[in-house]
Ligand binder design. Structure first.
Ligand code: MN
Length: 232
């Protein structure tokens, strides 16, 4: 078998640091859950009882190393932070049973689902796709992955985010509408999940805008931290 020849060098594989390991976690795809905390659904003007959580995606190369300084995203005047628990899959499958879902998780990290809120609302109101409100360059800052074999599968605990030292989001993982197992089971009905997939599992209430120069720090109890700075 001869090796595949490409027209040009394939782009580098996006990856995420693994805490305590020199190896990196290669990212295949990034899936995200929308409206997975009731209080956040309400602040977005939605009735969490009437609109269950749903899924969208970002490109794999939207990942940003925690601690980075990134530019304020183009084409928006309302760039928002959303702190989220991220599940990193070590294996996948389609139609995964809820009871077997957590076996697929290699580990967890704290991530930020950066969002161009003005474009999202405009798309929503006009019935157009959200893709570019969510899946833009450098829209997925993420901290180091901690292996589940070390930290277990967190189902409760503080999930918080501060901007310039002021607490803006302060939720609890226990308030997720679909827990991690539920997210994996439901998402795997739509796509065959695979090794290397990241799943951003939704944000608690308190989302808000960022401006150039802001320092953002997120943390999830027992999981880890993520930080970024918006360039001036
Ligand atoms: Mn989100």
């Amino acid at each position: 078998m001869s090796e595949t020849q490409f027209l040009f060098a394939p782009p580098p594989r996006p990856s995420v640091a693994i805490d305590g390991d020199i190896r990196r976690f290669p990212v295949r795809r990034i899936f995200c859950v929308g409206l997975n905390y009731a209080a956040h659904a309400r602040e977005m003007g939605k009735d969490p009882g009437a609109e269950p959580p749903f899924f969208f995606s970002k490109p794999a190369d939207a990942v940003v190393v925690s601690g980075s300084v990134i530019p304020y995203a183009p084409m928006t005047r309302n760039l928002h932070y959303e702190i989220e628990l991220v599940a990193a899959l070590g294996s996948g499958g389609a139609n995964i049973l809820r009871t077997q879902a957590l076996e697929r998780v290699y580990g967890y990290a704290a991530g930020i689902d950066l969002t161009r809120r003005d474009l999202q609302k405009q798309a929503r109101d006009e019935g157009k796709p959200w893709d570019l409100a969510k899946g833009f360059d450098q829209s997925a800052p993420i901290g180091s992955i901690r292996p589940a074999e070390r930290i277990g599968h967190p189902s409760s605990g503080q999930i918080a985010l501060s901007v310039n030292g002021a607490l803006r989001q302060n939720g609890d993982l226990a308030d997720m509408i679909l827990d991690v197992a539920g997210v994996i089971a439901e998402l795997s009905r739509y796509v065959a999940l695979a090794t290397g997939d990241l799943i951003f599992t939704g944000t608690p209430e308190g989302v808000g805008p960022l401006v150039p120069g802001d320092r953002v720090e997120g943390s999830i109890a027992g999981v880890g931290e993520v930080s970024l700075e918006i360039a001036r």
